[in-house]
Design a binder for this molecule. Structure first.
Ligand code: FAD
Length: 380
């Protein structure tokens, strides 16, 4: 039985690697002609890291990334509102979160996949169900490919999803995010921390991802589809964060403007189904979430793990149905919580109430919630 995966992002590549480990027949198709340097940093939470450990890639990730041992949400001046050491998480899983450059993560995953099983420059166009229940995939270059199962891992604007569920809708959060990597050496006290500074309807995140490389993100309320003048973007951000801790402005200043990315923040209105017949969606294609909990990539990675385990152990069952049953409830909870967290971070009125809530939320409750989210089933 052949599985065809559309999209070589975090979800597609991890699925390919998981299939490789389980000896499942697959091929992966990516529209980009090369997997070039993408994005800025990414946090890999312990649920993702457990999967990556299972796929024998954790040591490389540890080497290329940076461990986040303390997560702080602070006021704009770095005065903590919520400050959580990750010691118990580390004790439970053997690691906390790792921050890494996305390009490093992608390279590590890509290099583990046999080159004959991945085709670049293959933009998925549509699929057609044939009488014998197999699927004909059509690509932008007019080529075709026959497969038994089709997996859409083609991101939030998935074409596979648009054909499968034409009424699916993305939702704009009314927030826009700028991301960059500053070439700077952080003070020792900030080296192993993930920090978010929350101001008045704007916030700024900081974490070291490698030696002398610091990933940052800035979030503000904005209209969708706006463009920045590249030559003015740093000035704009410096002005926006002028009353934040000086470290924020130091990071913006130490980033090349050509490497500052801008993205409007969307998620996907939860789908009733992620699959129909022998076509299934994974990762952002099926359940994109806002990035406020740092879980979108982690959920795509979990999808890869559960899907490969289910295929291997349930040969005659409807795998995609089982997959959705196993995953949907957790994913929907994360999508909802992440959306609410994003809204709360940018409350127009009630900033003091928000800060009070954060300051007084018992650490144990937060930690238990994290522990629960980071658990994955041990099915080997
Ligand atoms: C600002 C921001 C910060 C984030 N931070 C974090 C974080 O810290 N931690 C975390 O876990 N998650 C984070 N996320 C979420 C994470 O980036 C996504 O959830 C993750 O990238 C989803 O992976 P994916 O493989 O499903 O989709 P994608 O990464 O979008 O990959 C889709 C792939 O499919 C390809 N493709 C698209 N269309 C076609 C086609 N027609 N044919 C063939 N190929 C196609 C694309 O080129 C791409 O390679 C963040 C997201 C944003 C926006």
């Amino acid at each position: 039985m052949k599985y065809s995966i559309i999209g070589a992002g975090i979800g597609g590549l991890t699925t390919a690697l998981a299939f490789e480990k389980k000896g499942i027949d697959y091929h992966i198709f990516e529209k980009a002609f090369e997997l070039s340097e993408v994005g800025a940093g990414i946090w890999l939470a312990p649920n993702a890291l457990q999967v990556l450990e299972h796929l024998e890639i954790l040591e490389d990730i540890k080497e290329k990334g940076n461990s986040i041992d303390r997560i702080t949400i602070s006021k704009a001046d770095l005065n903590p509102l919520s400050d959580n050491f990750q010691d118990n998480i580390k004790k439970e899983f053997g690691f906390s979160t790792i921050a890494i450059h996305r390009a490093e993560l992608q390279k590590l995953l890509f290099n583990k996949i046999p080159k004959e099983k991945i085709s670049l420059g293959k933009g998925f166009q549509s699929f057609e169900k044939l009488n014998d229940d197999s699927i004909k995939i059509k690509f932008d270059d007019n080529s075709e490919f026959l497969t038994d199962f089709l997996i859409g891992a083609d991101g939030i604007n998935s074409k596979v999803r648009k054909q499968l569920f034409p009424n699916s809708k993305t939702r704009f959060s009314e927030q826009t995010c700028w991301r960059g990597v500053a070439n700077i050496k952080l003070n020792k006290e900030f080296e192993n921390r993930g920090i978010e500074l929350w101001g008045n309807q704007i916030r700024f995140g900081i974490s070291k991802i490698a030696r002398n490389k610091v990933y940052w993100f800035a979030v503000a309320i904005d209209k969708p589809n706006q463009k920045d003048d590249e030559s003015l973007i740093k000035q704009k951000l410096l002005k926006m964060f002028s009353n934040f801790h000086p470290l924020v402005r130091e990071l913006i200043s130490a980033t090349s403007e050509i490497n500052i990315l801008r993205n409007d923040i969307y998620d996907l209105e939860p789908l009733e189904n992620w699959h129909k017949g022998n076509v299934c969606l994974i990762g952002d294609a099926g359940h994109a979430t806002t990035p406020n909990m740092g879980q979108g990539g982690a959920q795509a990675i979990e999808d890869a793990y559960y899907l490969s385990n289910l295929i291997k152990s349930n040969i005659n069952e409807n795998i995609f149905k089982l997959f959705q049953q196993k995953r949907q409830s957790k994913v929907n909870t994360i999508v909802k919580q992440s959306w609410t967290t994003g809204k709360m971070a940018h409350w127009r009125y009630g900033k003091n109430f928000r800060n009070f809530l954060l300051k007084n939320l018992p650490k144990k409750i937060l930690e238990n919630k994290m522990m629960e989210m980071y658990q994955i089933e041990k099915v080997l």
